[in-house]
Design a protein around this ligand. Structure first.
Ligand code: ZN
Length: 236
């Protein structure tokens, strides 16, 4: 009996120590800044997996704390982000936070309603072709004010022209209910359609991005963030 108890204590101590060292390894890996070598060692699927794992940590309340000033110093001379994220400007959709990423990890291009226009295409061509990001994620979110504004044909100063970029997604989305922002299901459908149209625009309007995808050097993904849970669901 004594013998058995001693064995159990020893085995659980080993488990704890193995967990601690795995955890320390995970922290060290997450806090190591992206360098050209680290970026090139990732293929597009691995880059996407890195974002998905980060969101799992965020949702679980297990984000990793790193020394951000140390990262700022280490990345001050050059950057090699592994991903580019196109998202809404919404204050609750903060890509670095919801994907648990840090200084030098990801490019973020943001605008109300996360649509793709020429300025975004140019920025993303730089992020991928020039700097080598391995994946582009177009990230929409639930209960998006810009999507609601486009659905309701809101007019206000320059915002009118901004929301016009979302209108094709409104037109292409179907609903059996009313076509207003009061229809929550329709708002979600338009947001998803907008993400899919953004993904399609990346290759349709940029031969540079299309070439990288064709060569297997870049993967485009679309996703929706659920505001109440923080969970990012990738579109099939
Ligand atoms: Zn939004």
């Amino acid at each position: 009996m004594l013998h058995r108890r001693a064995f159990c204590a020893c085995a659980s101590a080993a488990l704890v120590s193995s967990f601690a060292s795995n955890n320390a390894d995970a922290v060290e890996a997450a806090c190591a800044v992206m360098t050209g070598d680290r970026q090139r060692a990732l293929n597009p699927d691995e880059a996407l997996a890195r974002l998905k794992e980060g969101n799992e940590r965020f949702v679980a309340g297990k984000t990793i704390n790193c020394d951000l000033m140390q990262q700022a110093r280490e990345t001050s001379k050059s950057q090699a982000p592994f991903a580019a994220i196109v998202s809404c400007m919404d204050s609750r959709v903060a890509p670095e936070l919801v994907f648990d990423q840090r200084i030098g990890d990801v490019f973020c291009t943001r605008v109300a309603g996360n649509f793709i226009n020429t300025d975004f295409l140019g920025s993303l061509e730089y992020a991928t072709k020039v700097v080598g990001a391995r994946t582009i994620v177009v990230l929409g979110h639930s209960d998006c004010g810009a999507i609601k504004g486009a659905i309701d044909h809101v007019k206000l100063g320059n915002l009118t022209a901004t929301l016009a970029h979302i209108q094709p997604a409104v037109t292409a989305s179907k609903t059996s209910g009313e076509r207003t922002s009061k229809n929550a299901a329709f708002v979600q459908t338009v947001a998803e359609t907008n993400v899919r149209m953004g993904m399609a625009a990346l290759t349709a309007k940029s031969p540079v991005i299309k070439g990288l995808v064709k060569a297997g050097q870049l993967r485009i993904a679309g996703a929706m963030q659920d505001l109440p849970t923080g969970r990012v669901s990738f579109l099939a």
